[in-house]
Design a protein around this ligand. Structure first.
Ligand SMILES: [Zn+2]
Ligand SMILES: [Zn+2]
Length: 291
């Protein structure tokens, strides 16, 4: 039987529901041979996943980076970049993470100040006093403060009324430009794959010229088999990948109980995986230990 390889999953370290160790056990239960852990903008789950890794599972350390890109039509849109086997201590990566942390705190402060100025029950100083130095600052902090103050019933209502995109207190983030992210991960010894490039249901997407440009910057692949791609989209994307010499991967984008997709629902061809991992030098694959 050919190896079952799922290259895109989230743990509770970002917005999944399984802890990294639960996720590794679930991967064995789902009869996976290889799993990539790709939490949003963090490598914080790598160690726990590696420590909990059962044989015969292989772990690909990774992350899904939030980036911005031109959509090919002059609009700036949000895109996700899967990054595998990079060295998280590389200087370029550490510097960019520091910039993002600072930028996110500045943005949160601005949103909090505006809400307080409008008489909403937000105390910006108290909010920041309760925020750990290395905590990723974002809208959920404001949402929870609004819930605690009784202003809204839950976090969803806070986003619907105040914080969601286009709502009164929403401010955009300045994420990493995707070309810069591709370059940064390459300099950290990693490889990159553009996540769900044409998942139209998720919002605006980049066109084929943008993907061609990224291929020229060193992008290794595109995620073709993804739950948000229909069969016609997969076919077009597979054709584009072949044309541009990009690898075509497949993954579930598993989020535990937060989404209905199961682990291994989409898989990557073993030969494609071998090519991908052969290009990476930043962080080794981790082999599971017999119990
Ligand atoms: Zn994504
Ligand atoms: Zn994802």
């Amino acid at each position: 039987m050919s190896r079952r390889i799922d290259l895109h999953t989230h743990s509770a370290v970002s917005d999944g529901t399984d802890t990294p160790s639960e996720l590794m056990r679930a991967a064995v239960a789902a009869e996976l041979d290889v799993i990539a852990l790709t939490d949003h903008d963090t490598t914080a789950g790598w160690q726990e996943a590696a420590d909990a890794l059962p044989a015969p599972l292989t772990l690909v350390p990774g992350a899904e980076l939030s980036c911005v890109s031109d959509d090919g039509d002059g609009r700036q849109i949000s895109v996700h970049l899967l990054a595998y086997q990079f060295d998280p201590s590389s200087a370029a990566l550490v510097a960019e993470q520091q910039r993002l942390r600072t930028e996110r705190r500045t943005r949160l402060r601005l949103m909090a100040d505006r809400m307080a100025a409008d008489g909403l029950p937000i105390d910006p100083d108290a909010l920041f006093a309760g925020l750990a130095d290395d905590a990723p600052a974002g809208r959920p902090h404001l949402a929870r403060a609004l819930v605690e103050a009784g202003q809204v019933a839950d976090v969803n209502e806070a986003f619907e009324r105040y914080l969601g995109n286009g709502r009164g207190y929403y401010l955009p983030r300045t994420d990493t430009p995707v070309e810069k992210a591709v370059d940064m991960i390459a300099s950290a010894g990693g490889v990159t794959v553009l996540a769900h490039p044409w998942a139209y249901s998720r919002g605006p997407t980049v066109n084929a010229e943008v993907i061609e440009g990224l291929a020229a910057c060193g992008l290794a692949g595109v995620e073709v088999d993804h739950p948000n791609h229909d069969s016609e989209t997969r076919q077009r994307l597979r054709g584009l990948a072949a044309e541009l010499g990009l690898l075509a991967t497949g993954s579930s984008d598993y989020h535990g109980a937060n989404k209905s997709i199961s682990l291994g629902a989409e898989l990557t061809d073993p030969e494609v995986f071998e090519e991908l991992t052969a290009r990476a030098t930043g962080a080794p694959l981790v082999a599971g230990q017999p119990a």
